[in-house]
Each structure stands twice: as structure tokens, then as C-alpha cells.
Design a protein around this ligand. Structure first.
Ligand code: FCB
Length: 520
């Protein structure tokens, strides 16, 4: 299999500090083939309950030194609970195109993509998958794939072109029509309010490092809640606040392209505050028994330790996972995420302390109806906190593929936090090569092995309610532009023709059976 190894602008910009590198999913250190020996595997704190087999020996060394046999899937299909929601996901900027239609204002991604050298091939959000104009035929496509649910995001700059003030009715109409079209086809809508397309005027006023952006988000959320009325839906406030804070404000390879550690820390807090304020706005508008619930969508992963790196891995776990899970689910920030030690987010801890006002944590921890979990792979660190490659990477340089890490992530949330229903809001893998393939065996195997781990977690008592494959369509993959294809459905970006890949047919059979069968 040929990787299209291309030096990326992200790699070129990566910081010299190796411990900082571990924080950036999109600028991961190219580990130069350095694989830590099996005997060096250990699991970071928080991941010790479900040790992971080493890639080479099948035994596991945990921080506590225990070793267990690897898990083997049963030879029978693994069934999912009745009513389990099977879906696929997209986001507005990645699929819609039509970036100036019907009064849409500019977002930070329009601005960022227009800068030379930011996006592979100089690509922009036009045409993307032209979904803004093709949504009706895309609904037919979803029906033909047998989807029971569809996760999409609302573009804030369509609803409030300047990020504040009166709603733009034409922008809202698009989403009302989309939701009605889904419901007519018996496809459950999962609506994300923010998937990275901040209105540019709000960035000009300071962006997520500015506290006022959280208040603006609450206003915007209220507009969307009112517009969509009582339609049944699962709501998600913010998609991956970690990626926005670290990749957008610290490493600069996503919009808005800044490299300011303290700004990144404030961006974490204000996104979480925005989430909490939106939950309040939701509760103020929805009857408790409404057929709708709300939560946040967090990207999470186990953090493994190379030999002697347990302390660094524990801190990296705070940066990757607990900095988001603890405030949302427990109303407190971890104390070991930010500082100068190996594995920490290298910023002044005062940036967080001064950003947190009285009452913020109670707002952030407002009870939610579900938690969105986005799982792509694992992280592993050495004793300096630098990234280590322990498992094979996909075409995405930041993705170390390890299906058992999915089980570990799901069970860890169950074990370490108060009970909350989980929904897997993203999980997937890109095609090899910029042109992709319809015979996407690798994706089918990725989905199959990950769904087996999801079923295993459910069998072990995890309250998992749904699963959304990323992505329905090939689309604009951020800094990778149109060169990295994550869709179940291939898109020809010149003609906008859609062709289902083999994995889509396979996924349809999983949905029909409500079960995942063992591999051949
Ligand atoms: C996730 C993003 C999604 C897409 C996938 C590949 O982190 O939420 O938009 O880029 O990665």
C-alpha cells in the first residue's frame, strides 16, 4: 500500500518542543519508524482497567505490571441493542460549499483557506461536496444506504452572518428543510451547533480566547433551538473543543492559524463555557420529556506510555482527555494538564485560573442527556512527552489505529465518570491515496473491528446508544483539503457524482442485521 507521503505544512510548522508535539493530532511527530518494543508498552493512568495487547506479542504490560490475554471476537455475529441508532456524519464547512449563498457570512475557515500554503492544493470550502445544493439527492443517498440517523452541523455564519444579531432566515430554512427531509425518511437528525466554522467577525473580536464568544454562541444556539422547534433530534453543542484549541490556537495548522499557548488554554475554557450556556438555553426551551437531548462531542483516546514514561503519559492523558471530561462531567479541571512538565500542555497555568470565573464550572457541568465520543486511534508518548508510534498509522499522520483503544475509551468513561449515555459521533479512516478507492477493504476492516469493540463494550455494560461513521461523503478534510477521503461514498469533486464504496454496502448490511458479523 502506498502512502502519499507529502511533507505537510503542518509538519513544517511543528514546534521544536517535543512534549508539545504530542498535543497536536495533525502535526504529530513523524516517528521515523521508531516503534517501542513490546516490553516497553504500558498504559497510562485511567487506562489500566482494560489492558491492551501489545502489537507484537499479544501480552500486555500495564502501569501496574499485570498481563492479560488479548480479546478475540466471537465467531457469531455480535448483536446491538434494539433501537440502536446507526448513522453517518458530516459537518457544514466540509460538505456544503456555496460559501456565499443566501446571505452566509465569512467564517474563519474561509479566511484561513484563502491564505497561501494553509491547505493542500490551495483548496477552499468551495465546492466541497456541493451539499448545500444537492441536499435532496443526498437524502435519497442516505435512504439507499439504510441509514437510521444522520449527524450534520449547522453553519453559524449562515444563521448569523456576522456572529451576532438577527437571524438570517434563508440560512435557517436550509436546516429546517434538511431536518424535515430526514424525518420524512425516518432518519434521525443529530445536529451539531459548532463544527469549527466561527463567524470571522467574532474572530476579529478575539475568537474563542475571548469570553464574549461564549455568550455569542449561547445566543446563536437559542436561535437554532427556536427555529427547529420541537422536531425530534439529538443535539451536540461543540465538536472537538480540543482540536480547535490546540490545532487552531496553538499549532496554527487549523483556522484561525494562531500559535499562542495561553490563547489555546482560554479557547478550551470558553468553548466549554459556551457548551454549558447552550445547554442552559436548551433546557429553558425544551420540556423535560421532549424527544430531544443535548451534549458535547469530545475526541478521546487512550494515552500509552513507552518504557519509563508513565508520568508523562498520565499528564498527556490530562491534556488529551481529562481537561475536557472532568469539567463537563465532574465540574472541575484536572490540576496536572498545564505546565512545564513532560506531557503537559506548555502554557502558563494562570491562563486557565484567570479565565475561570465564579460559577463557570457549574455552568459547564450542567447535566447533559448524552456524551458524544469521537474515536480515531490512540496516542503514545515517551518520557519527554514526545509522540511514539506504537500502532500502524492510517493515511492520516495523526491516526494510530488500534481498535481495542475504542473499548478502553468507552469503558473508561463508564468507570471514571458519573453515568451518562454515550453516542459515538465519529469513527472512521481515510482511503489510501488522494484519489481513493471504491474497493475500500481497509475501511471495512476498520469499521468492523471497531464495531466489535463497541459491541463488546455494550456487552460489558456500557450504555452506548448510537454510532456515526465518519463520514457519509468524501469532503473537505481541513488542512488536507480534498486529498484525504474519509467517505463511505466517493465524491468526484469535478462532477459531484457520488458512488458508494464497498464499505457502504457492508455498513448497510450491519444496519439491517443490527449486528456486526465476524470477518472472513
Ligand atoms: C475529526 C473532525 C472531522 C474530520 C475527522 C477526520 O476530528 O471532527 O471534521 O476532520 O476528524
Amino acid at each position: 500500500m502506498s502512502h502519499h507521503a507529502r511533507p505537510t505544512e503542518a509538519a513544517a510548522r511543528r514546534p521544536a518542543d517535543p512534549s508539545a508535539m504530542s498535543l497536536d493530532r495533525r502535526t504529530l511527530l513523524q516517528a521515523g519508524g521508531w516503534i517501542v518494543g513490546a516490553s516497553g508498552l504500558a498504559l497510562a493512568a485511567g487506562c489500566t482497567r482494560t489492558p491492551s495487547p501489545s502489537p507484537t506479542t499479544g501480552t500486555t504490560a500495564t502501569a501496574g505490571g499485570a498481563a492479560t490475554a488479548p480479546w478475540a471476537p466471537p465467531s457469531e455475529p455480535m448483536a446491538f441493542p434494539e433501537g440502536f441508532r446507526w448513522g453517518a456524519a458530516t459537518s457544514a464547512f466540509q460538505v456544503e460549499g456555496s460559501t456565499t449563498a443566501d446571505g452566509r457570512g465569512p467564517s474563519i475557515w474561509d479566511t484561513f483557506a484563502a491564505l497561501p500554503g494553509t491547505i493542500d492544493g490551495g483548496a477552499t470550502g468551495d465546492p466541497a461536496a456541493d451539499h448545500y445544493r444537492r441536499w435532496r439527492s443526498d437524502l435519497e443517498l442516505m435512504s439507499s444506504l439504510g441509514l437510521g440517523a444522520y449527524r450534520f452541523s449547522v453553519a453559524w455564519p449562515r444563521v448569523q452572518p456576522t456572529g451576532s444579531g438577527a437571524a438570517n432566515a434563508r440560512g435557517l430554512d436550509f436546516y429546517k428543510n434538511l431536518v424535515d427531509g430526514l424525518l420524512e425518511r425516518n432518519i434521525h437528525p443529530a445536529v451539531t451547533l459548532y463544527h469549527w466554522d466561527l463567524p470571522q467577525p467574532l474572530q476579529d473580536a478575539g475568537g474563542w480566547p475571548a469570553r464574549d464568544t461564549a455568550a455569542r454562541f449561547a445566543d446563536y444556539a437559542a436561535i437554532v433551538f427556536d427555529a427547529l422547534g420541537d422536531r425530534p433530534a439529538d443535539w451536540f453543542t461543540i465538536n472537538e473543543p480540543k482540536t480547535t484549541a490546540y490545532v487552531g490556537y496553538l499549532y496554527g495548522s487549523h483556522a484561525p492559524g494562531l500559535t499562542d499557548p495561553e490563547a489555546a488554554v482560554r479557547a478550551v475554557h470558553h468553548q466549554l463555557l459556551a457548551h454549558g450556556l447552550a445547554v442552559q438555553a436548551f433546557r429553558a426551551r425544551r420540556a423535560a420529556d421532549a424527544d430531544a437531548g443535548i451534549g458535547i462531542a469530545l475526541n478521546l483516546q487512550p494515552v500509552y506510555a513507552a518504557i519509563g514514561a508513565e508520568a508523562a503519559a498520565t499528564r498527556a492523558d490530562a491534556v488529551e482527555n481529562r481537561l475536557f471530561l472532568d469539567p463537563v462531567l465532574r465540574g472541575e479541571y484536572p490540576t496536572d494538564a498545564i505546565g512545564k512538565l513532560a506531557g503537559q500542555l506548555r502554557a502558563d497555568p494562570a491562563a486557565l485560573e484567570t479565565a475561570v470565573h465564579d460559577g463557570d464550572l457549574a455552568t459547564i457541568a450542567a447535566p447533559c442527556d448524552h456524551l458524544g465520543v469521537q474515536y480515531y486511534g490512540v496516542t503514545a508518548v515517551d518520557r519527554s512527552g514526545g509522540n511514539v508510534e506504537m500502532y500502524p498509522k492510517s493515511e492520516a499522520s495523526w491516526q494510530q489505529v488500534h481498535a481495542e483503544g475504542f473499548y478502553e475509551t468507552l469503558t473508561r468513561i463508564r468507570d471514571d465518570y458519573p453515568a451518562i449515555p454515550l453516542v459515538v459521533t465519529e469513527n472512521g479512516i481515510p482511503d489510501r491515496g488522494p484519489d481513493g478507492t471504491l474497493a475500500d477493504v481497509e475501511r471495512r476492516e476498520y469499521l468492523r473491528t471497531h464495531l466489535q469493540q463497541a459491541a463488546r463494550a455494550i456487552d460489558d455494560g456500557v450504555d452506548l446508544r448510537g454510532y456515526y461513521a465518519w463520514s457519509l461523503l468524501d469532503n473537505f478534510e481541513w488542512a488536507r483539503g480534498y486529498t484525504q477521503r474519509w467517505g463511505l461514498v466517493h465524491v468526484d469533486f469535478d462532477t459531484q457524482e457520488r458512488i458508494a464504496k464497498d464499505s457502504a454496502a457492508w455498513y448497510r448490511s450491519v444496519i439491517e442485521a443490527n449486528a456486526v458479523a465476524p470477518g472472513e
